[in-house]
Write a protein that binds this ligand. Sequence first.
Ligand SMILES: Cc1cc2nc3c(=O)[nH]c(=O)nc-3n(C[C@H](O)[C@H](O)[C@H](O)COP(=O)(O)O)c2cc1C
Length: 184
Amino acid sequence: MACKGEIMENVLLEFLKSRRSVRKFKQTQPPREIILKALDVARYAPSAKNSQPWRFILVDDPDLKSKLANIHVWARPLHSAPLAIVVVCQIDESPTSYMLDCANATLYLLLALHALGLGAVWIQALRNIEEIKQILSIPNNAIPVAIIAVGYPDEVPQPRPRRSLNEIVYVNRYGNSVLGNKTN
Ligand SMILES: Cc1cc2nc3c(=O)[nH]c(=O)nc-3n(C[C@H](O)[C@H](O)[C@H](O)COP(=O)(O)O)c2cc1C
């Protein structure tokens, strides 16, 4: 029989596995305090030298949100999402690792939103940096690294397939599969 600690471990691991990208949302605006609760958690993401180069812009203005939704076809979930959170990175605060630091904060944010019962999807920002900067008046020393579409889920997405451990985990040398079979 599993002990209490083991049950808690499994609950936490299952929580991590159960996050899905949600692209259809109810129109109810999530309360600001819930969003701030999630952003409070995002602050705990690891960053190089603890530089924390991230900033977050909450976009609920319909006109601005619609402009963001039109930057490319895969940004369309922003049309249905009542809120967009744009993760902006201060390049000078972490010149080598700003992209990684801000990706970490973005993932923490996605997981915190999931914990709070909200749906979210990461929208690609890196091909439209100048356009996003212009829409949101982002200064030159900062760069938008991700847009998160946020809202209460209006769909239950199926899990996307994942590569097997055998395919992605090596021992000592690249290609030495952890389960004994060479992968290529
Ligand atoms: C860097 C990055 C960019 C992404 N861009 C988009 C996007 O522009 N539009 C979209 O609908 N999903 C986007 N996604 C979500 C991925 O499609 C999704 O995470 C992936 O298919 C796995 O599905 P899951 O999140 O449900 O596990 C992006 C994810 C990442 C990490």
